[in-house]
Design a protein around this ligand. Sequence first.
Ligand code: SAM
Length: 875
Amino acid sequence: MKKALIEKTFPLRDVSEESAREKNIKSGHISTLHIWWARRPLASSRATIYASLVGAGDELEEIKRREFIKKLCKWENTNDLNTISRARKDILHEHGHPPRVLDPFGGGGSIPLEALRLGCETHSMDYNPVAVLIQKCTLEYPQKYAGSGTGWSEGENRLVRDVKRWGEWVFREAAGELRRFYPADDDGSVPVAYIWARTLPCQNPSCAAEIPLMRRFWLANKRNKIALKTVIEGDRIDFEIVKDPDFDPGKGTISRAIVTCPVCGSTIKADDTRRLFQEGKSGERLIAVVTSHPDRRGKEYRLPTEDDMKIFLEAEKHLEKKREKLMDEWLIDPIPDEPIPPENRRSVNLPGYGMLKWGDLFNPRQKLSLITFIEMIRNAYEEMIREGYDEEYAKIITTYLAMILGKLADWNSALCYWRPDQERNADVFSRNAIPMVFDYGERNPLMGKLMRPETISKVLDNLSMIPEVKGHTPNVVKASATSIPYPDNYFDGIFTDPPYYDNVPYSYLSDYFYVWLKRALGDLYPELFLTSLTPKADEMVAYTHEKSKAEANQQFEDMIRKSFQEIHRVLKPGGIANIVYAHKTAAGWETVINALLESGLTVTASWPINTEMRARLMAQKSAALRSSIYIVARKPDEEKGTGFYEEVKAELKEKLHEKLESFWMEGVSGPDFFISAIGGGLEVIGGYDSILTYSGEKVTASRLLEDIRSLAADFAIKQILENGFADELSPLTRFYLFYRWNFGNNKADFDDARLLASSLGIDLQNEKDGFIRISGSKVTVLGPDERKPDKIKPKDLIDVLHLACIHWSRGETGRMESVLTESGYGSMDSFYRVAQALIESLPDCSEKKWLEGLTLNREELMRKTAETERQQKLP
Ligand SMILES: C[S@@+](CC[C@H](N)C(=O)[O-])C[C@H]1O[C@@H](n2cnc3c(N)ncnc32)[C@H](O)[C@@H]1O
């Protein structure tokens, strides 16, 4: 089988950097169309698909293509006609036709979008209807209506123009009805937001305060320092707005659901807070109004007036009337009455606070604005039909209008806290969860761009520029990857990014949008909105409600195995697959590898693409593995045959060395190196159907993985030490060195540390008396500053090093020298090499400082200890 470029080489560092950089790009990026969780960068998607669909060629060609990928993956070249045309030409030349590719877990559509950009016949799936809708808007629709399909020469195309036109229409119609509920002040200032706090009665029987629950009292704290100051009269808590406060506004009345009464100082425990909410004892209070004046810069803050509340109550009344009217028309409650499932407490903890329906997450005026915009979106569809639009086209425009609606739901609910640093609301989904928020900002949806079509027209513009793939429009299907609705041997390539255990509860999070989208688009997409909430039965997420963690993981692993078998089935013989894994632990990643091996796919390469900046990772006090591994696999087109263990081992040693060298050159380091090595080793193992010992015993995958790990550890240690001293080091010293290189001075997950140790022949459980500490699922490797000198037995190099460091730091030079002489390490070059390697692996810390001090005197110490040793040997 001819090798793809990605199976030989890949410009890892450049693509990683570009992928990390893309996270800061917002304007025109597909992530601005609608929220989806765990989106993949376009840069890494484009680069890996290209590298999988073109061959490596000869040496010169390989270098040229590697260089080209560096250009191809740049955000600036996303719609550069020359670059994209060249990529398409290369791929077409390789395959003779547009390769037919599938992403069975398409999500927000990054991967299939890049396949399309590269000229593939693109198919994509997702089990979640919201993801399917987003993908239709990303892939299918812009292609169907991208003018002549050349995009570039067209200027603004018809679809973009019509979305803008109807987006403005919807805004105008909605604003006509809603404007009176957001009236301007007498001086012409317009409210841009209202700051609310939920309230609870103080539980101290002698205090009747109604406590506004505020996490902090800051209104603005970047350029201007503006805060709310409590004014207490009897049991009543009032506020004044102060500039440059002389108190700490960072401390509010609630923290981690524990409430402190500002009147009497008594507290309400977190459990009681939740209970009081469930019992309906909570209220809401308007605390401040944020305004902006057309002639003045910046935001201004004032206390609410009676009129503000009067208007709010009018909005509430209007909502009730409107709700009844629309209920008759839509035959469904316009305010989502679908229950918030109580079972997913870890990510959606709202039922614990008495919020039982999805509609409960919005205050009445927010509900009013949402249903008004939905009404106008539905009216826009009717209006388009009246104007003679084709039904399918009108449906598509309406779908984009509903994408804009998603922004209103995300940025204007009673879960959007006020950000004093930015003087605006946060959106709901800064995390992969929907947590409770006690004080929130209510936005005026008629101010700013929130509900204007500009919020999506730039991305739609970009999408419409993608040239058509002659004879094909992308196809997006709602289905489960455990049962792919395509025939056997159908695809040239599968590029995908499956869910990872319980990392993201997609269906529960997406229900937040589903319920509103259903009201806006349900009639147009009956097939997507059949169920009351998003379907969950076949979702591939390790949910732990109703089962233990082990059972949930097992179910997830069974499903992932099934989906890999399906991928194998629908791939053509010889077809290529990229499966992305954002792993947390080495153990979890190995499960995936095993599932892959069982599916019949052969792993041919793997590349860790780091989408986080290294500096940022080092700043975090945990050493979890963070990069995403792109696993490259093939459906073998011929029988592979049996290998013999001893020969396979020799082959592993040779081939892996080459591979490891290339990872090393690309700057892959830490846990990623270790993981990538396994992928690299599988390239060799994958070449055989089974591997036997000479005596005919089958060699297990885990034994081979152990071999790969120890080869990788050996390689890395030699590289870290920069020459051949590695063989002189004990397994324990190697472990210490390797641990520091991998995890710095952070804690590591037990499984990761265990794998590391076992590759060096160490059982962690037997080493607890020295520098290794195990606590629960975490492992810590103690530095010299964390050890007591009288407890250290100076046997291993590391123990001697630690003792020497401690004496050095205390100025006990004599004791330091005797430790070095007595142990014999003081005159050994390898001792100082290890110290040097540790210095290079550690961030700034005491251990590093001490090691630096010690090695600074290296020559002197070596000379002295050698001399003492010589003297001791004299008769
Ligand atoms: C990691 S995300 C994919 C993200 C995507 N690559 C992107 O850039 O937006 C995994 C996706 O798998 C979907 N999913 C979960 N279970 C599934 C199943 N059984 N079949 C197909 N898709 C499923 C989720 O809805 C989610 O969108």
